[in-house]
Design a protein around this ligand. Structure first.
Ligand SMILES: *[C@@H]1O[C@H](CO)[C@@H](O)[C@H](O)[C@H]1NC(C)=O
Length: 254
């Protein structure tokens, strides 16, 4: 009878040990079907095709790397505080699904300086369709605006510059790189905005939506810092799921 507590204690220790072992996961490798690039004079060119291929392979997610399905991409919350005249606005988008972004993105050019852990790339995305629940209040072009409901913000032919700023770290004597910052600069050819139920009034809402779309460039200029910051955070988190698990030399071959 006195033996039982010992058995339970041993089981507990075993369970705890197993949990700990799960946390201290061994170094991972990139999925087998990912192309890899050697750090030679063709590196930046090689990376363009490799990463374009990798992104399409990751579209449906990857369990080992802990990457969720990316098409559509889920963004819990996106908050914009635009304090500059002529727009003074607070906008929150919740439960956002970003459609078509991953499928229609193509990286066009890389400029890397791995000694400085710096990766810059330009991409083009045909379509970014953000659908979510919005809440907004403030002023746009001197006009007061308030409302809540469904929002659809769609960006067409968007050039994006990505600036990945990394820092090295070591795990079990092996070098890894994690991203400290992921800066995004977006430049769309056209933005379509639709906010359902502005002012809680159908006629006013239609008028305001027409006005926003006629002035999409001015409106989007005020919103884009907020959108870019939010996408930067999402992209950093996703990239670090790979960078923090796969050693530097397994990603970028020497
Ligand atoms: C969102 O807006 C775009 C551009 O107007 C449109 O093509 C698309 O069908 C809309 N999506 C939804 C779900 O309403």
């Amino acid at each position: 009878m006195s033996k039982q507590p010992t058995v339970i204690l041993l089981l507990l220790i075993a369970a705890v040990a197993q949990e700990t072992a799960k946390c201290v996961t061994a170094a991972q490798d990139l999925p087998d079907n990912f192309p890899k690039c050697k750090r030679d004079e063709n590196f930046d060119k090689c990376l363009v095709d490799a990463v374009n291929q990798a992104i399409q392979l990751l579209k449906s997610g990857n369990k080992e790397l802990g990457i969720p399905p990316l098409e559509p991409l889920t963004v819990k919350k996106l908050v914009i505080d635009a304090g500059n005249a002529p727009i003074n606005l607070r906008q929150a988008l919740k439960n956002v699904k970003v459609h078509d972004m991953i499928s229609t993105s193509k990286i066009q050019r890389y400029r890397t300086d791995l000694d400085k852990h710096l990766i810059i790339c330009d991409s083009k995305t045909d379509r970014i369709e953000m659908i979510g629940d919005y809440e907004m209040s403030g002023r746009i072009l001197l006009l007061p605006i308030t409302g809540h409901g469904k929002a659809n913000i769609t960006l067409v032919n968007t050039k994006i510059e990505h600036r990945l700023i990394g820092e090295p770290f070591e795990k079990d004597g092996v070098k890894y790189m994690r991203l400290k910052e992921y800066r995004v600069a977006m430049d769309p050819k056209r933005v379509y905005l639709h906010f359902e139920n502005l002012f809680n009034d159908k006629t006013l809402s239609e008028g305001m939506n027409r006005f926003l779309n006629e002035n999409w460039e001015t409106v989007f200029n005020e919103l884009k810092v907020g959108y870019s910051k939010s996408f930067g955070l999402v992209f950093r988190e996703l990239s670090n799921k790979i960078f923090e698990k796969v050693p530097f030399d397994n990603i970028f071959l020497s």
